[in-house]
Design a protein around this ligand. Structure first.
Ligand code: ATP
Length: 270
């Protein structure tokens, strides 16, 4: 079977308004990615180099992919997504070639944003280079570094990478001129959780009596992805009950259900 090694979205359709609770992160990524793509002359004029690459780090499901897609949408850039963990599993012996192809395509489709998800899969510090698999991953990383070093800060290709494991990354990736801007994408706080509930519930039919403060206070520690799941689950509960709209009871039941599931997963980890 033919497996796609990367995905190209010519016109992504995610907007900053689809993201809850990450205003600071949106402002920062706009300044370092959107502004230089749209107004390179500002940077030339004053004589500073914007970063070529930005690294988003934080727990799973907090909106890193969403942020990268939104900045591509708002910069009118082609979005090219690569999932690094798939290199190691599906494309043995082809990693370096795929990296080369991705950047060729990015230059051809510029302005563009190359998004490398789970970069730790190819960019972790290596202790032991004994096996051929390890050496292959190392070659893939070397090719990636060569591509990043090969273009100029004001070229219209930008790289955004994401990881849940900043602690294990090879420092070579973080050197000046590579991923030298780090943006933390944390779990949402109270206000953030309220915003994320609003984003999803406003697209749904409700009885009009939603208490966002209660929902937010019941979901401490939830990621944006989990809050989205709560809303979807509440929709199913309403359907099962023969209703055409969601109410607070459905949402609270859904929260309890997802909490129970998370607890079970935690216990089986031990
Ligand atoms: P991972 O590290 O697992 O790749 P991620 O940080 O890239 O996760 P996304 O893929 O952006 O997370 O989010 C997963 C899902 O959760 C998406 O469908 C997105 O719609 C939703 N989501 C996550 N965070 C937010 C947020 N802050 N606001 C709105 N939706 C969110």
């Amino acid at each position: 079977v033919y497996v796609k090694s990367f995905e190209v979205i010519e016109k992504p359709n995610v907007h900053y308004s689809d993201i809850g609770g990450l205003n600071e992160q949106i402002n920062e990524i706009r300044e370092v990615i959107e502004l230089p793509l749209k107004n390179p002359e500002l940077f030339k004029e004053i004589g500073i180099d914007p970063p070529k690459g930005v690294l988003l780090y934080g727990p799973p499901g907090t909106g890193k992919t969403l942020l990268a897609k939104a900045v591509a949408t708002e910069s009118n850039a082609t979005f090219i997504q690569v999932v690094a963990s798939e290199f190691a599993q599906k494309f043995v012996g082809e990693g370096a070639r795929i990296v080369r192809e991705v950047f060729e395509l990015a230059r051809r489709k510029a302005p563009s944003i190359v998004f490398i998800d789970e970069i730790d899969a190819i960019g972790a510090k290596r202790v032991d280079m004994g096996t051929s698999g390890e050496r292959e991953i190392q070659r893939t990383l070397m090719q990636l570094l060569a591509e990043i070093d090969g273009f100029k800060p004001l070229d219209n290709v930008k790289i955004i990478a994401a990881t849940n494991r900043l602690d294990i990354l090879d420092p070579a990736l973080l050197r000046p001129g590579r991923f030298d801007r780090l943006i933390e994408v944390p779990l949402p706080n109270f206000e953030g959780r309220k915003e994320i509930f609003r984003i999803y519930l406003q697209k749904m039919k409700t009885d009009g009596d939603i208490r966002y403060d209660i929902l937010a206070s019941m979901t401490e520690g939830f990621s944006g992805a989990e809050i989205k799941n709560v809303c979807t689950e509440a929709g199913y509960i309403a359907i099962r009950n023969g209703r055409k709209y969601v109410n607070m009871t459905d949402l609270i039941t859904a929260i309890e259900k997802i909490k129970a599931k998370n607890n079970k997963a935690k216990n089986s980890d031990r």
